[in-house]
Design a protein around this ligand. Structure first.
Ligand code: XUL
Ligand code: MN
Length: 343
C-alpha cells in the first residue's frame, strides 16, 4: 500500500516534437488521456490555463468559466480532480520579454490578466492552487533588466493574485534557466524568500522539480527539505535529469537512483500527502517511443516511486543511529547501496 496519490499534466503525453524536429506521435484527445491516467493510477490532473481553455485570449470571462466547467465534468466522470492551474506565461507574443517582470507595462498587465483568469479556472475546477513557473522571468541579456526590480515585480504580482482571491494558494516552481538564461527565482531558497516577502506567506509555497534542482547543481532531496522546513512544500514534480544540460524530464530516478531514493525518503519521513498533497510527475516520453507505448514513462515513474517508497519504509534507522554514533559513514553509505541493490 502506498501513502501517495499521484498527479499528471496532459502535456506529459505529447506528440514528441522537439526543437529539432516535428511531431512523431498522434494527438490524443484530452478526455481519452484522462481515462487512461485513471487506469494507470493517477487521481489528479495538473493544468496550464489553456490546457483547460484553449484560445482563452479570445474569450470573455463568462466563456472561459463555461469552458472550464466542461473540463470539470470530464474529470468528475472519470473520478479525477484538478491539482493546480498554471498560467502559461511564456507562449504569447506579449510574454516574449517575460511576464510579471517584462519591461513593458502593457505586457505585465496581460500577465496579470492571465493569472486572474487562471484563478477563475481553478475555482471552476474546484481546486485552490495556482502554479507559477517563471519561464521568462529573468534575462537573456543580463543588462536588459534590473534584477532588483524583477524580484520586486514578482512579489507585487503575487500579492495582487493573493488579493484577487482570499482562498487561492500559490506555489512557485523554481528553475535556474531555460528558456531564460538567468532566472530571478532559480532555487527553492529564492522561492521561500519570495514567499516570506509576500502579503500572506502561508499561502505561498514551493514546488520542487527534480530536473530543475539538478540544473541548478543542487540536490533535489535537499530542495524538498528546504521547503518542508518552512512548512511550505505545496507540490513536487518528480522526474530525472542526466547532468546540467537541457531540461530532460526523464522518468523518475532512471538516471540518479540514490537521489531518487532520498527524495522519496524525505517525503515519507515527513508524511507528505497527509494534507492532500500529490506526488506530481512531470515526465516526458522519449521521442523514440511509438504511439502504442506513449504512457510507459508515466507507468514506470509511478512504479519506481512506489518501489522506492518500500525501500524508504524498510530503511534501518537503528543501523543508521549506530553508524552516526560511531561516525562510520562509509558503513552507512554501503548499507544504502545494498538496500537499493537488493531485489
Ligand atoms: C518547465 C516545467 C513546466 C511546469 C508547468 O520546465 O516544469 O512544465 O511544470 O508549467
Ligand atoms: Mn515542472
Amino acid at each position: 500500500m502506498s501513502q501517495f496519490k499521484f498527479s499528471v499534466g496532459p502535456w506529459n503525453v505529447s506528440e514528441g516534437a522537439d526543437a529539432f524536429g516535428p511531431e512523431v506521435r498522434k494527438t490524443i484527445a484530452f478526455a481519452k488521456k484522462v481515462e487512461q491516467f485513471k487506469k494507470i493510477g493517477f487521481d489528479a490532473v495538473q493544468f496550464h490555463d489553456d490546457d483547460v481553455v484553449p484560445d482563452m485570449n479570445e474569450l470573455t470571462d463568462t466563456q472561459i468559466k463555461a469552458k472550464a466547467r466542461e473540463v470539470k465534468k470530464i474529470l468528475s466522470d472519470n473520478g479525477m480532480v484538478a491539482e493546480f492551474v498554471a498560467p502559461r506565461l511564456w507562449f504569447d507574443k506579449r510574454t516574449v520579454d517575460g511576464a510579471f517582470t517584462s519591461n513593458s507595462k502593457v505586457d505585465r498587465e496581460f500577465a496579470l490578466w492571465r493569472a486572474f483568469r487562471s484563478v477563475d479556472i481553478a475555482n471552476e475546477l474546484g481546486c485552490s492552487m495556482l502554479g507559477l513557473w517563471f519561464a521568462r522571468e529573468g534575462t537573456l541579456c543580463a543588462e536588459s533588466k534590473s534584477a532588483v526590480e524583477g524580484v520586486k515585480r514578482t512579489i507585487e504580482a503575487i500579492d495582487k493574485i493573493l488579493q484577487y482571491d482570499s482562498k487561492i494558494r500559490i506555489f512557485i516552481e523554481p528553475k535556474p534557466n531555460e528558456p531564460t538564461d538567468r532566472s530571478f527565482c532559480p532555487t527553492m531558497g529564492h522561492a521561500m524568500a519570495v514567499s516570506e516577502a509576500s502579503f500572506d506567506p502561508k499561502r505561498v509555497g514551493g514546488m520542487m522539480e527534480s530536473a530543475h534542482a539538478i540544473l541548478a547543481g543542487l540536490d533535489p532531496a535537499n530542495e524538498i527539505s528546504f521547503a518542508l522546513a518552512f512548512g511550505r512544500l505545496f507540490g513536487v514534480h518528480l522526474n530525472d535529469q542526466n547532468g546540467m544540460k537541457y531540461d530532460q524530464d526523464k522518468s523518475f530516478a532512471v538516471e540518479n537512483l540514490r537521489q531518487g531514493f532520498n527524495q522519496v525518503k524525505v517525503l515519507v519521513e515527513n508524511n507528505y500527502g497527509s494534507k492532500g498533497e500529490y506526488i506530481g510527475l512531470d515526465v516526458k516520453a522519449m521521442r523514440t517511443q511509438k504511439d502504442d507505448a506513449c504512457y510507459k514513462h508515466l507507468e514506470n515513474s509511478i512504479k519506481i516511486t512506489k518501489m522506492l517508497e518500500q525501500k524508504a519504509k524498510a530503511f534501518d534507522y537503528a543501523l543508521q543511529k549506530k553508524c552516526v554514533e560511531e561516525r562510520d559513514y562509509e558503513a552507512l553509505e554501503m548499507y544504502v547501496m545494498e538496500l537499493l541493490m537488493r531485489g
